[in-house]
Write a protein that binds this ligand. Structure first.
Ligand SMILES: Cc1ncc(COP(=O)(O)O)c(C=O)c1O
Length: 367
């Protein structure tokens, strides 16, 4: 049996009868940028996340960049984030001309370790970007306690965690701004690039709305240094079709995770840990293994391709060579990079696929 690592076409097939009419209607409507679908999707997303405002932008990366700009992050400021994630949050800090500061992660959840964040805070710290990695919330309470009294902004990176909860509340509205990605592989994926920014702060919402269209409030009058970062109508129309299915998809992910955990728990592997109070949406399901590369090969030889992320923590990336970071600076992130193995995980994964992955891992351990 072959188990595809991802199968985005399967989602399209299942929703084709809803997506095609939505696309057709949008094309026939003749309004392609910031039209009725974007407005409606923003309202639907805000209602889903539980924030007052949501704004569609071009990508999750842009959401982070616009968020930092709206908060006034710039040269002389420091922003703390995690070295064990996709590079976008780190890039957004560098793009603002601020100093990028990493804090190591918790060894079980791989989200920012508040004790490590605490020791990196200085009078120049302007923001913290917790990443809700692999589908579960970073320790928002502890981070808010560190940040709040010092006037430090929390910018939640929710790219991998739409629908994830903390004490029953969906992520995105805990900090000043929440940033989402609709990259096709995300739990809610567009059929192209897309992203969104959410906030409860009306002043920030207004500023963000201007920033995404060249800093304008009135056409051809530029009050801010802005960007061109808009969610397009076609993607918004498709996202509107998909959003009502998200909770069902996330529930299927959790069901698959439960099967993996039940089938693997007696093996000499570490399985995902969900922090108390967290509702996990399993964007990624991983195992941590000592002989990770041998296990990956064993799986690949038996029809189970896997992809390692992240193979190299951000502080060791070539693009940051001038920052002077070295191996050993963030030991938990480095150790996690060496041992992590994400397994196939998407709602369309069938039970026989899941059973095959489990049986193949078990056979590696002679079980
Ligand atoms: C944690 C995280 N932040 C930000 C992004 C950036 O999103 P986008 O690809 O939409 O720019 C991604 C992934 O793509 C991500 O995984």
């Amino acid at each position: 049996m072959n188990v595809p690592f991802l199968n985005l076409a399967a989602q399209y097939e299942a929703l084709k009868s809803e997506i095609l009419p939505a696309v057709e209607k949008t094309l026939a409507g003749g309004h392609y940028i910031l039209g009725p679908n974007v407005v409606a999707f923003e309202q639907e997303l805000a209602a889903y996340v539980g924030t007052k405002f949501a704004l569609g932008v071009n990508s999750g990366s842009d959401a982070l960049t616009l968020a930092l700009r709206a908060l006034g992050v710039g040269p002389g400021d420091e922003v703390i984030t995690t070295p064990f994630t996709y590079i976008a949050p780190a890039e957004s800090v560098v793009q603002m001309g601020a100093k990028l500061v990493f804090a190591d992660i918790d060894p079980e959840t791989f989200t920012l370790d508040p004790a490590e964040v605490a020791r990196r805070i200085t009078p120049r710290t302007k923001a913290i970007i917790p990443v809700h990695l692999f589908g579960q919330a970073a320790p928002l309470d502890a981070l808010a306690k560190l940040a709040g009294p010092k006037g430090i902004h929390l910018v939640e990176d929710c790219a991998q965690a739409i629908g994830a909860t903390k004490d029953g509340k969906r992520v995105g509205g805990f900090g000043a701004i929440g940033c989402f990605s609709f990259y096709p592989t995300k739990n809610l994926g567009a059929d192209g690039d897309g992203g969104a920014i959410v906030t409860n702060d009306e002043t920030l919402a207004k500023k963000l709305k201007m920033l995404r269209v060249h800093g304008i409030e009135r056409r051809y009058f530029h009050d801010l240094h802005g960007f061109n970062s808009r969610l397009d109508e076609l993607q918004a129309a498709i996202l509107r079709v998909k959003l009502p299915h998200l909770d069902r998809w996330n529930a299927r992910r959790a069901e698959i995770a439960g099967k993996f955990i039940a089938g693997l728990k007696d093996l000499p592997l570490e399985l995902p840990v969900t922090a108390p109070g967290n509702g996990h949406v399993y964007h990624v399901f991983h195992v941590l293994a000592d002989r990770r590369d041998d296990l990956q090969k064993h799986l690949a030889d038996r029809g189970v391709p896997t992809l390692i992320y992240y193979p190299q923590p951000l502080h060791l990336q070539k693009c940051y060579a001038d920052q002077g970071w070295k191996a050993g600076d963030y030991p938990i992130a480095e150790e996690t990079s060496r041992r992590i193995l994400p397994l196939p995980m998407y709602p369309e994964l069938t039970d026989p696929h899941v059973d095959h992955v489990i049986a193949t891992i078990r056979s590696f351990y002679g079980k």
